[in-house]
Design a protein around this ligand. Sequence first.
Ligand code: SF4
Length: 444
Amino acid sequence: MALTGMQIYKLLPKTNCKDCGLPTCMAFAMQVAAKQKALTDCPHVSEESKSELSEASSPPMRLVKIGTGDATFEIGQETVMFRHDEKFHRPCGIAVRVKAKLSDDDAMKVVEKINGSVFDRVGQTLKVELCALEVDGVGDPASRAKKAADKSKVPIVIVGKDPAKIKAAAEAIKDKRPLLYGADASNIDALIEIASSCKCPLAVSAGSLEELADLTSKAKEKGVDDLVLSFDTKDMVKTLRSLTLARRAALRKNFRPLGYPALVEVLEGDAIDETVIASAFAAKYAGIVIIDNAEPWELLPIMVVIQNVYTDPQVPNTVDAKLYEIGSVTENSPVLFTTNFSLTYFSVEAEVERSKIPTFICVVETEGLGVLNAYAGDKISAEKVVKTIQEQKVAEKVKHRKLIIPGLLPIFRAEIEDTSEWKEVIIGPETAREIPGFLTSNWK
Ligand code: SF4
């Protein structure tokens, strides 16, 4: 959070000695606030002030990294309460629990399932980001952790309360930088020591935000500052309130003891309930949600919520306006056009693929608007479609002159036929999902 000139002035000697080249300490403070001078340009500023300034100018929510190398997951460093204020920066990650009661073989099957939970949606790859490995009750937590870490393609969260089990697991895979989840008032000293010696981030929970702030302050005093605030779903209203208050305290009041990302453990229960609850907390304000089930039907709704919430609202989601060839197209393949709004394009592309009829898709630049919005906003016209088709040299790719247009724009038909070589304009379906049936019935 940027400091004001007055906040910086309070850290200066206030002697107006002019050694910085400016007439007063206040003038110097204003220049530091405007980033035209560095605090170190004042030769008399104390070490204490320097460290205070560095602390005050650091982000209000800490960035926490879990894992290493390609298998690194980052959370935190969020800057706003509401997405429309700017954007949310680091998407919430789903962690799937590997239960302690499973045999080693069955536990590794869950790890494999996590590795395989990768989906493509509107041009982005969605996946399970973390493997939450329970260790309390596991006979040999070090061996279990080692096997899971060797097999897992995503970072590990070590879940437990027993310091001895957590220590054994953490020491076995400390080079993978797992998140240790399970510190509370009962075990905080032991877990701080383990997190410190293994150089791992630590997730901390407490009965109230006041107690939580005390525990994070204690951890920070002992050198463990990669912290995650953790909550569960025993009392969902309380957890939602706590998440909101913690974020507000961090971002609006710059309250450092709560300036950390959050984790929400969704407690065992009905799989549908779990999906709904995890989606709600992913939207507000969990950085990690821990769940039990890793079936695609459960993961995808949560992932779609995360994808939507973490999309930058100020940047239209677009694809390149060009000619796309779907499948093994030939000179007889159908040609259709759509807009460069990515959701529109990928919906059309997916349905064309489903039709199994190789097709050319001509994408018209509409500044990221869908068909109707583009038409209403004057971002697409029959003239622009004709010009785009010419620029993309579509006529060189096919020998016919039939063009399928979106069913929402039938008004374009006559003008395209009158002003271009595309003399047979076919009005297509209004929605993407009707494309397979339309192509099968109408494209001969
Ligand atoms: S050198 Fe430091 S103490 Fe002297 S006027 Fe500049 S800011 Fe103030």
